[in-house]
Design a protein. Structure first.
Length: 282
């Protein structure tokens, strides 16, 4: 199994094994791998000659220093999971200095307004950090295909926009959300929940499912009021936002328009641990 912690060595290796006729699939992660990440790797393995996974906790996309400090770092167990899945997967686990070369700052991006909605409202600078690291990783790995989970749907749309505007030759592929048995969207942050909190957090997906049903007959404001009421009555849970938005623009809707694709987005704090989820409403 090949593990690289320096970009020059990874680039040299990929150059030596690939050719004009081979494809590289890429799964960028921040580690603490779960079945959702492994599903992305399986998708890449099926459709590419080589698969690369990056494990890098990117400091520039955290606007909360405490969240960055507490983010789980489990490289040893991550590598064991990857090796068990397929020992031919190439692992890139660089240091902050190797990626940022002594200047840990974000590039500024214009994502045509996608960055101003939802996560962008509550996490200033977050998507500049995301754009910076994904663009850098794409430049290093030079994949034909890159795989992202739909749980971070706004991030997925933003990466697609970045690739389009930068004219990068990468196909960005969104993959379905992997859920725990109780419906909770799999996330590395789930590892910080107690067993009881993890069980109680099933209310998030349950509420999204109810919101989807209500959206069939009610307007967006009434659905949002329902969701707010649910979390006002769940001890220990704090609703940060619930939005119903157009999938293409991510702008909140006021009324339904025939032929548009809509999606509900939610962010909830459980004892200072921030969880997000989303569901298609069409």
């Amino acid at each position: 199994m090949r593990i690289f912690d320096r970009q020059v060595e990874l680039s040299a290796h990929l150059k030596s094994v690939s050719s004009a006729n081979t494809t590289i699939g890429f799964v960028p992660t921040m580690g603490a791998l779960h079945q959702g990440h492994l599903s992305l790797l399986k998708e890449s393995l099926q459709n590419n000659d080589f698969t690369v996974i990056s494990i890098f906790v990117n400091p520039t996309q955290f606007n909360n220093p405490e969240d960055l400090a507490k983010y789980p770092r489990t490289l040893e167990s991550d590598v064991a999971k990857i090796e068990k899945l397929n020992p031919n997967i190439i692992v890139f686990a660089p240091s902050v200095d190797d990626i940022y070369e002594g200047k840990t700052v974000s590039q500024h991006f214009d994502f045509d307004g996608l960055e101003n909605q939802m996560e962008g409202k509550f996490r200033p600078g977050h998507f500049d950090g995301v754009g910076t690291i994904v663009k850098r990783l794409f430049e290093i790995v030079q994949p034909a295909n890159a795989y992202f989970g739909e749980k971070d749907f706004q991030q997925l749309q933003i990466v697609k926009k970045m690739v389009e505007k930068a004219q990068m030759p990468v196909k960005v592929i969104g993959c379905p959300i992997f859920r725990e048995a109780n419906g909770l969207a799999m996330s590395s942050r789930n590892e910080r929940l107690t067993a009881q909190e993890r069980a109680d957090a099933a209310v998030i997906y349950r509420t999204l499912q109810a919101a989807k049903m209500r959206f069939g007959t009610e307007n967006a404001k009434r659905v949002a009021d329902y969701v707010t009421d649910v979390f006002d009555n769940v001890p220990g849970f704090e609703l940060e936002y619930f939005e119903i938005a157009d999938e293409a623009t991510l702008e909140p809707i006021t009324e339904k328009i025939e032929g548009r694709q809509y999606r509900a987005f939610i962010a909830v704090f459980v004892n200072k641990i921030r969880l997000i989820d989303t569901i298609s409403l069409n």
